[in-house]
Design a protein around this ligand. Structure first.
Ligand code: FE2
Ligand code: FE2
Length: 291
């Protein structure tokens, strides 16, 4: 599922500004903020899925999902790793990562089913963001190719595993009230967290008091096809008792799966090409013995 090499190097080209998102400070620092939150959030989501499988993996409905749960864990672990690398290359290491300041004891004390409900809610938001990226591919058209591919790859895999957390939650007999309670809580806290991280990045970047920053914010979030409108419009679906992410956004999900297959194919080809090159340039045993 995940070829054993990573094509994303994130090396900055010579004349490239550090505002990698098409020269926009706002878009750069917003996506940097998301990327800074991901490693910690994904670690927590992995923990919640692993704990659920460990706690009630003997129940047949949960056991039936074990394979998909392992795929989910592998995907989130690789997202976390690659975003950490992007952050190392593209974010000033002295800037604070606010999500890491959140007290970890609170999460450890929470019931495992509540942590899973929280994961379901975060997965709903990451799926909506992923669908938005595939609905508006032009948003990343002025982004360096390896950074663009990282975001599309992450978005496509979010779409691929979009129903696992919720399926697992239901298989573990998680109830409606807990699911919706954590959804509302996450809606407020996750948005505040990303907003605070974006503002913190912009402040460290000395871009808060620039007109262009706020123009770009209006266009990205509240423009005619803005991200905030899109998310607000698709929030209520999650409140339906029988909600399934598989019943929504078919067109974008199909586009994401096509993109992902082509991407994986090209990565496999590059990997086998590199390994052929490696064998061709390595000295053979005979040459070594001859010397
Ligand atoms: Fe992820
Ligand atoms: Fe995910």
């Amino acid at each position: 599922m995940y070829p054993p090499f990573n094509p994303y190097r994130f090396v900055k080209a010579e004349n490239e500004t550090h505002h990698w998102h098409g020269g926009s400070a706002l878009r750069t620092q917003y996506f940097n903020a998301l990327s800074m939150c991901f490693p910690e959030l994904e670690r927590r989501m992995i923990h919640s899925v692993r704990t659920t499988v460990g706690t009630c993996g003997d129940r047949p409905p949960v056991r039936a999902l074990q394979g998909r749960a392992l795929d989910f864990i592998a995907q989130e672990a690789s997202h976390s790793q690659v975003h950490s690398r992007l952050n190392t290359h593209r974010v000033n290491p002295s800037w604070p990562v606010l999500v890491n300041l959140w007290p970890k004891q609170l999460i450890a004390r929470r019931h495992w089913l509540s942590n899973l409900a929280r994961t379901c809610a975060i997965e709903h938001f990451t799926t909506l963001l992923a669908v938005y990226l595939f609905r508006h591919p032009a948003l990343f058209s002025h982004v360096p190719p390896d950074i663009r591919d990282l975001w599309l790859w992450h978005a496509a895999e979010e779409i691929e595993h979009r129903s696992l957390a919720l399926d697992l939650y239901r298989a573990a007999e998680g109830g409606y009230v807990r699911r919706i309670g954590y959804f509302l809580l996450i809606f407020v806290t996750a948005n505040l967290m990303v907003l605070a991280q974006t503002l913190s990045n912009l402040a460290h970047d000395r871009q808060v008091f620039k007109a262009r920053t706020w123009q770009d914010a209006l266009a990205l979030f509240w423009g005619r096809q803005g991200l905030a409108w899109f998310i607000v419009r698709h929030l209520p679906a999650y409140l339906q008792p029988g909600y399934s992410p598989n019943d929504h956004h078919r067109e974008e999900c199909d586009a994401a799966m096509r993109w992902l297959s082509a991407h994986r194919r090209s990565r496999q080809e590059t990997a086998s090409g590199e390994s052929r090159m490696h064998h061709a340039t390595s000295p053979s045993d005979e040459t070594v013995q001859g010397n």
